[in-house]
Design a protein around this ligand. Structure first.
Ligand code: ADP
Ligand code: MG
Ligand code: ZN
Length: 600
């Protein structure tokens, strides 16, 4: 089948042998050098690490006496009370960790906290410095190798290949999607059964879905269920400096897959290589070669070769149509953001290994998190565990989770930040503006909390009750959403006759909604139900010379009208706006119940 590979390459053969000899010498030097380095550092190398979980535990128990950290690095040195040598720990989030440490210090724990400034040299491990010359030489040779196209046979796999233990049971919700994929698992397990019957199994399955919805997870679960190797690569890795390298990586990926068959090849972010082939300029030519190679490989293997290619993307509209033809990714599965039940199942799976208090009702958390992805839900439970540790709770309590939800959605509460009276007033009116306006908009959900305590980058926030899961959003609802979003800016203008940068995120979101209404959902009466998104300039011209201007006008009109309506509502209910803003200035926060009282 692959007689092409045996084609002699006489001219380059000599050159290649030389390069291999030189490379070997460099490699031997490097190995000897590394050997010396390790001997020298042997004492330091002993089991000197402390896991993050253990560190938190030790810290809570007051067993840490010294922490040494370098600004900008997540690696810490810690000294435990009863242990001689210092240990190293990598922390996932230095900000959260430092808060915990500071809290401990405030409680009277004696912790010698040593923060070193970021120094250029200290960040480079010593062995890197001593081997810099060798490394540079090595890099040079690799570059020469690749530029001459000889690198093809080099062993530069940076894909991962291993069997995973993940099973369908680890993927919550997504029952219908799993059902569709069971057939693929069966095929990987017993290909003969299918081929004997003459059944056609798809070669490629494309998974569409937002980041964090579990595409990678489900791909791994297929491999885990079938007990076959999982070979993966990310599309963005294929984009390389040297022409032809992307294509050669694809070739190698499939060479390997053939050896390991039956197996799964997973290509994440396939849009990075598989985006539409348009012009032939620069980077795009490289893309085309990579994409063409992928198509060649997929067409090349027969269905008896038990390889299933799974690919994931969150931008299906970007994909080259050639990828979707029969015999390639002819099956497409949408991985949705989880619905109520899906969220509950995900929360259940991720709370299994955590200590959750009896008072926690996962159902109600699932209700409050419409629109959240699996990754976000998993993240919430992790954050809740950290918060519970900080608050010295025995297990994760209801308000730990509520705080975690807020942290994940709007960022961390920053009570310590000093804010001028003027800024406070501005924020109070801005948030009160959102809250009052949405109260008078029938389609908008109830306000759950209004606050002017800074969180993350936001000066304040208005939280709404979560919507029940919906499949469709009406035009009225979208228009009213625009009004609610612009309520903050409208209040600033109305009361303080000045406007601030605080509304930038609202404006960004509103603009996107308005643009989608016109160009994606066909909600503009003047332009009609046409999809204008992701069109090439020549395609756009079909709709007339000035179509861009017309779209702009329609978007602007939606925003202008919404802004006017927000101002009118606020003028009409100015008394409510003032009262709520004043209360916010006094109390900083208003909850759902108290908010309702203003309108009784
Ligand atoms: P994607 O590839 O779609 O961006 P991932 O598969 O990488 O998303 O998901 C990230 C993490 O989120 C997973 O490792 C898992 O912890 C969690 N997660 C996402 N979806 C689910 C789900 N349906 N069930 C359980 N966990 C999930
Ligand atoms: Mg992924
Ligand atoms: Zn706002």
């Amino acid at each position: 089948m692959s007689s092409k590979k045996d084609k002699p390459r006489d001219k380059k053969e000599n050159q290649k042998i030389w390069l291999i000899i030189i490379l070997s010498i460099v490699l031997i030097a490097l190995i000897i050098g590394l050997g010396i380095f390790y001997v020298n550092n042997k004492e330091k190398e002993d089991e000197n690490t402390l896991s993050y979980t253990d560190l938190i535990k030790e810290l809570s128990d007051g067993n840490i006496e010294k922490i040494e950290m370098t600004v900008g690095s997540t690696t810490l040195k810690v000294k435990q009370k009863d242990v001689e040598e210092e240990k190293t720990t990598i922390v996932p989030n230095t900000e959260s960790f430092m808060e915990l440490v500071q809290q401990k210090v405030a409680e009277g724990n004696e912790i010698d906290l040593n923060q070193k400034p970021k120094s250029f040299l200290s960040q480079i491990p010593s062995f890197v410095i001593s081997f810099l010359p060798t490394a540079i030489m090595l890099a040079l040779f690799i570059m020469i190798f690749k530029m001459q196209g000889l690198g093809e046979k080099g062993k530069v796999y940076d894909d991962t290949e291993r069997k995973t233990k993940i099973k369908f049971d680890d993927v919550a919700g997504l029952d219908e999607e799993k059902e569709e994929l069971v057939e693929i698992v069966e095929f990987l397990k017993k290909p003969e059964k299918f081929t004997k019957m003459g059944a056609k199994i798809p070669k490629g399955v494309l998974l569409y879905g937002k980041p964090g919805t579990g595409k990678t997870l489900i791909a791994k679960a297929i491999a885990g269920e079938a007990d076959v190797p999982f070979i993966s690569m990310s599309g963005s890795e294929f984009i390389e400096m040297f022409a032809g390298l992307g294509a050669s990586r694809v070739r190698k990926l499939f060479e390997k897959a053939r050896k390991l068959s039956p197996c799964i090849v997973f290509i994440d972010e396939i849009d990075a290589i598989g985006s539409r082939r348009t012009s032939n300029s620069g980077a795009e030519t490289e893309n085309n070669q990579t994409l063409n190679q992928l198509l060649v490989e997929m067409d090349g293997f027969s269905s008896e070769e038990t390889i299933i290619v799974l690919a994931a993307t969150n931008r299906p509209e970007m994909l080259d149509k050639a990828l979707l033809r029969p015999g390639r990714f002819d099956r497409q599965i949408t991985i949705p953001t989880p619905d109520l039940n899906g969220r509950l199942e995900i929360l259940k799976i991720h709370s299994k290994d955590k200590r959750i208090s009896e008072d926690v009702n996962l159902e109600s958390i699932a209700e409050d998190t419409a629109g959240f992805t699996g990754a976000e839900l998993a993240n919430i439970l992790n954050e809740a565990a950290i918060i519970a540790t900080k608050r010295k709770h025995d297990d994760i309590e209801k308000d730990d989770i509520e705080e975690a939800v807020k942290k994940v959605t709007v960022g961390l509460e920053k009570r310590a930040r000093v804010i001028s009276e003027k800024d406070k007033k501005l924020t109070a009116y801005h948030e009160a503006g959102h809250a009052v306006v949405s109260k008078y908009l029938p389609t908008q959900t109830d306000v759950k909390e209004v606050s002017i305590i800074p969180r993350g980058v936001a000066g304040g926030y208005t939280m709404y009750k979560s919507d029940e899961d919906k499949y469709y959003i009406s035009k009225t609802e979208m228009k009213e959403k625009l009004v609610a979003l612009l309520g903050g800016r409208a209040a600033e203008k109305l009361v303080l006759d000045d406007i601030s940068t605080g509304a930038s995120n609202d404006i960004e979101v509103a603009t996107k909604i308005a643009r989608d209404m016109v160009t994606k959902y066909g909600m503009s009466d003047n332009l009609g139900p046409i999809d204008f998104q992701g069109k090439e300039p020549y395609e756009m011209q079909l709709f007339g010379e000035n179509i861009g201007d017309k779209i702009g006008q329609e978007v602007k009109e939606l925003i202008d009208n919404a802004y006017k309506e927000a101002q009118n509502l606020l003028k009409e209910h100015r008394d409510k706006l003032d009262k709520i803003a004043e209360t916010l200035l006094q109390k900083e926060k208003i909850n759902e119940e108290d908010f309702k009282k203003f309108f009784e």
